[in-house]
Ligand binder design. Structure first.
Ligand code: CMP
Length: 138
């Protein structure tokens, strides 16, 4: 499944009421939403999702942050989706994010950075399947 990426609007952005604004930026940038749900990760599920970062010093903080409140998970479709979406969200650290990016506008810090975006086609498929069954992917 090419030309698809996966995103989460994280608990910090949900708490601040940024979900609608972020979805509008995603739509305006030409991404089509082909799956979407609002849900809350358990600490176990958040740990599983971010397992690749298990050895990092911020892993515990990341798992507790990502499970503290609701998130919106979505699969997005567009030509060159993974790369274009990473451009739209900006650098992981909002202090380094370019003007006009989602993180520049909505992220508070490197940890609480408002949105997630997959870093490869392979991970986009794995992450989309983590949240959505085949029947939920349009
Ligand atoms: P994300 O793109 O979802 O992928 C991994 C996440 O780990 C990242 O966004 C941040 O939320 C978090 N993260 C990355 N680096 C740090 C850091 N130095 N300190 C705390 N959290 C981090």
């Amino acid at each position: 499944m090419t030309n698809r990426t996966f995103t989460m609007i994280k608990p910090d952005a949900t708490e601040k009421g940024y979900t609608g604004g972020i979805l509008k930026m995603i739509n305006d940038a030409g991404f089509r939403i082909v799956a979407m749900k609002m849900t809350q990760l358990s600490t176990e599920k958040a740990g599983q999702f971010y397992e690749v970062h298990k050895e990092r010093p911020f892993y515990g903080e990341l798992v507790s942050f990502m499970s503290r409140g609701p998130i919106t998970a979505a699969i997005l479709e567009k030509e060159n989706a993974v790369e274009d979406f990473r451009k739209l969200i900006g650098a992981t650290n909002p202090a380094q994010a370019e003007a006009g990016t989602i993180r520049k506008l909505y992220a508070a810090s490197i940890g609480e950075n408002a949105v997630h975006g997959s870093d490869s086609d392979e991970n986009a498929a794995i992450e989309g399947d983590f949240f959505f069954s085949r029947l939920e992917q349009f």
